[in-house]
Design a protein around this ligand. Structure first.
Ligand SMILES: CC(C)(COP(=O)(O)OP(=O)(O)OC[C@H]1O[C@@H](n2cnc3c(N)ncnc32)[C@H](O)[C@@H]1OP(=O)(O)O)[C@@H](O)C(=O)NCCC(=O)NCCS
Length: 222
């Protein structure tokens, strides 16, 4: 997939003002995205309206396990909140503002969890991967597989220059994912984010740039 319009406008003018205007012309809505991304076992795709029931059930069974780390879990008061969330996420997907996907079991179409490319900067092509898995699907490697699929997609299709994963250092299961996948540990940002109680907490940052990605044993596999 070509990303016409993302290329720096160096040939047009060295004038700073003109360079910024040229960047502002780029519209992320021009980027074509596939309907789904496949790993060996998982299917990643944006949510559809008829996923709302599964999303609600996945959150209901996982409140304790997710709520310790993800502040949005408490916003799901009843089933209608899942409907509204799906609509909002669909709109953000269409605008290329936030590429949230469900993680589905390919064989059964069961919703296993969620992931996606977030907080992107389309100009420098930086993407952040986030993830969660429902309690009953934890410990099977589904999230590691989803992260591999999204990372490969970002570097090979979206021309990523940087893919990062961040977490509270105390979230050992989350930290294990970039470690397992050989992301580069870049360091700890102190008092960087509020935790779920609103207290400042440190954040560990793991990332890959294209040269790191090419060296990974799993980069070319699917
Ligand atoms: C963080 C979180 C997503 C990790 O989930 P997970 O199930 O441990 O991660 P994976 O799906 O990659 O599974 C890895 C586990 O499956 C095992 N596994 C089994 N088959 C596997 C396979 N084919 N490939 C990789 N791992 C496999 C691994 O050995 C590992 O088990 P272990 O933890 O006992 O060593 C999950 O704990 C979660 O949803 N937490 C709450 C939300 C959260 O914190 N999100 C992140 C915020 S930064």
């Amino acid at each position: 997939m070509g990303l016409g319009g993302l290329t720096p406008q160096s040939g047009r003018s060295r004038d700073r003002h003109l360079q910024w205007s040229a960047v502002a012309e780029f519209d992320p809505a021009r980027i074509d995205l596939p309907d789904e991304l496949l790993g060996p076992r998982v299917r990643l795709r944006p949510y559809r309206e008829d996923d709302a029931q599964q999303l609600w059930e996945a959150i209901e069974e996982s409140r304790e396990h997710l709520g310790a780390w993800l502040p949005w879990v408490k916003d799901y008061g009843d089933r209608s909140d899942a409907n509204i969330t799906v609509r909002r996420l669909q709109a953000r997907w269409l605008q290329r503002e936030d590429l949230v996907t469900g993680i589905f079991d390919q064989a059964s179409d069961r919703l296993l969890g969620g992931s996606g490319l977030h907080r992107m900067d389309w100009q420098i092509r930086r993407f952040e991967i986030g993830y969660w898995v429902r309690k009953s699907a934890e410990g099977h490697g589904y999230v590691s597989e989803a992260v591999q699929v999204l990372t490969r997609f970002a570097f090979t299709q979206l021309e990523a220059n940087r893919v990062l994963i961040r977490m509270d250092p105390a979230n050992t299961r989350s930290r294990a994912i970039p470690e397992r996948l050989e992301f580069v540990y870049e360091g700890r940002l102190r008092n960087e984010m509020p935790d779920v109680e609103g207290r400042p907490t440190d954040i560990d940052v793991f990332a890959l740039i294209p040269a790191d990605f090419k060296r990974l044993s799993w980069a070319g596999l699917s």
